[in-house]
Design a protein around this ligand. Structure first.
Ligand SMILES: [Zn+2]
Length: 418
């Protein structure tokens, strides 16, 4: 039953909102557009984590419109068949791939091609129309937010796919395990509202209440995934036997939940407890490594060529800063890592790379040494670059302080002499 509530003070929402290119703009949405129910009265789609307070952003403003979605589908259908060249298929298997040069319908076709090249349709008995329907529903359930959008979905999926080829994972994993990895990567941020779990919990949103504060976003991405798959025309799992379906569902649940960064240390400790004794014959060990693989893919921007990575960092900061401003307007203290008054890009990058991205990749490289050059190499270069920027800034500020001090001394000396 719908429990839509509307603000009754008639005031206009003045909070910032986001547009697809990551810019922040002021919203003049009428308060009547802000809802707090389970489903939108306009679209019938489930609502995001709106909490109903005056500053709460309007979920309808970030939805990918039906017109945009249909335009992409129309181009996929027009240019779809055999439109991905051999060169492009090769490029998709590398960590250097960049999304920025491609439009959304091309990314859609590349995702489709990944399933085809891993021979999933014939192995799991679904046709290309079902695959297209599934990807179309995935596409339209990613929102127009600066970072957690369809391009991010693509990049995480593409890195999982590249790591699959680079490490010859098909020699270690069953086709079903790899099918789950790619599908989980594609679905791992479905319907992300551009506002983190910190916001969800502090603002007591619908999602936080629904999932009792436990990974509200990741549980929402999962629920959205299985709602899409519950439609027979989109169900790429429909050819699985009942026991394989249960295995696939469990795998996708564990993989998507693993992308909650609050579980990061727990997963790293789980791996450390193996003391380097990884046994690929052990299903638990294989599954743990899949979780590390999807996590590595989720934070893989720094492993990309610098121009690609740099643009993604700006997108992430735009989303963080948008949230921090919203939180401040609601009386919520933002996380220091998201606060525009605290965060400086070079320092933030040094911290993220040295505490998360590099240690995670180093762990994975212990098991899959082929990622050393293609994945760890670029991350290390980015760390070196940002460290040099921080050092230069520190030097400059020291020099400025010294100049200031010297100037003061000179002034003092002049005053005394006069
Ligand atoms: Zn993600």
């Amino acid at each position: 039953m719908s429990s839509t509530a509307r603000l009754d003070d008639g005031s206009a929402a003045t909070e910032t909102t986001v547009v697809p290119n990551g810019e922040l703009v002021g919203s003049s949405a009428p308060a009547s557009a802000l809802t707090n129910g389970e489903h939108s009265p306009n679209t019938g789609r489930p609502l995001l984590g709106c909490c109903g307070r005056p500053a709460c952003p309007d979920p309808a403003k970030i939805r990918t419109s039906d017109a945009d979605s249909l335009a992409v589908l129309e181009r996929v259908r027009r240019f779809g068949a055999n439109n991905v060249s051999l060169d492009e298929r090769e490029a998709l298997r590398k960590t250097t791939f960049s999304n920025w040069e491609h439009s959304e319908y091309q990314l859609f076709l590349y995702l489709r091609q990944m399933y085809i090249d891993l021979r999933f349709p014939e192995q799991f008995n679904f046709d290309l129309e079902t695959l297209e329907n599934f990807l179309y529903d995935v596409f339209r359930h990613y929102n127009r937010v600066p970072f957690h959008n369809f391009h991010h979905c693509f990049m995480v999926a593409q890195m999982s796919y590249a790591l699959t080829w680079i490490n010859s994972l098909s020699e270690i994993y069953s086709p079903l395990e790899l099918f789950c990895l790619l599908t989980a990567a594609i679905c791992h941020d479905l319907d992300h509202p551009g506002l983190s779990n910190h916001y969800q919990r502090k603002a007591k949103t619908v999602l936080a209440l629904r999932y009792s504060d436990a990974s509200p976003l990741e549980n929402h991405h999962l629920a959205t995934t299985f709602r899409i798959l519950s439609n027979p025309s989109c169900n790429i799992f429909r050819g699985l036997s009942p026991s394989d379906y249960l295995k696939a569902r469990e795998a996708v649940v564990r993989l998507i939940l693993a992308t909650d960064m609050s579980r990061h240390h727990e997963i790293i400790e789980e791996f450390s407890a193996l003391s380097g004794q990884v046994d690929f014959g052990n299903a638990g060990h294989r599954e743990l490594l899949l979780r590390l693989l999807i996590k590595t893919s989720d934070v893989s921007n720094e492993a990309r060529p610098f121009p690609t990575a740099d643009r993604w960092i700006d997108c992430l900061l735009a989303e963080f800063f948008n949230e921090a401003r919203l939180e401040r307007s609601m009386g919520i203290e933002p996380l220091p890592t998201m606060d525009p008054e605290v965060v400086r890009k070079p320092q933030s990058q040094c911290h993220f790379i040295s505490t998360i991205a590099l240690p995670l990749a180093t762990i994975l490289a212990g098991v899959f040494p082929r990622i050393r050059d293609c994945y760890i190499g670029p991350i290390q270069k980015q760390l070196d670059f940002y460290s040099s920027v921080v050092r230069a800034e520190t030097r400059d500020s020291k020099t400025a302080a010294e100049k200031l001090n010297n100037g003061d001394e000179e002034a003092t000396t002049q005053e005394t002499t006069l």
